[in-house]
Design a protein around this ligand. Sequence first.
Ligand code: SF4
Ligand code: SF4
Length: 123
Amino acid sequence: MKKEIITPPPCHACDALCCRYVAIQIDKPTEKRDFDNIRWYLLHKNVQVFRDLEKDWFIEFITPCEQLGPDNACLVYDQRPRICREHGEPPMLCEQLDNPYLNLFQTVADLDAYLAAKKARKK
Ligand code: SF4
Ligand code: SF4
């Protein structure tokens, strides 16, 4: 169940965390080949994979938006994309209000540990 938002995201006290990555949903991996593809993603610099609180899978590129100003203000605020406008708006949480990761894989070792634990649970 989603948490009820009682306060808006604290954008003025934040280093614009949500402007520093691109996260794209990917198909849930089910086969060996799918996990092998995730291994490949994780071999790249500044790339991570995560499952969100709804168990959906995402690839995340840690790279700041080029429109992020030195004072963390958006340089195209009035024309910013819809995804930026909606981020953190109730009932959605932003990363300052809650940890968005159910599982975070930053390295191949993280993924292997997850798969080993999953296998052990099945025994
Ligand atoms: S929406 Fe959240 S992560 Fe983005 S700037 Fe505001 S407080 Fe920071
Ligand atoms: S367009 Fe503006 S609000 Fe959107 S990610 Fe870039 S800096 Fe952030």
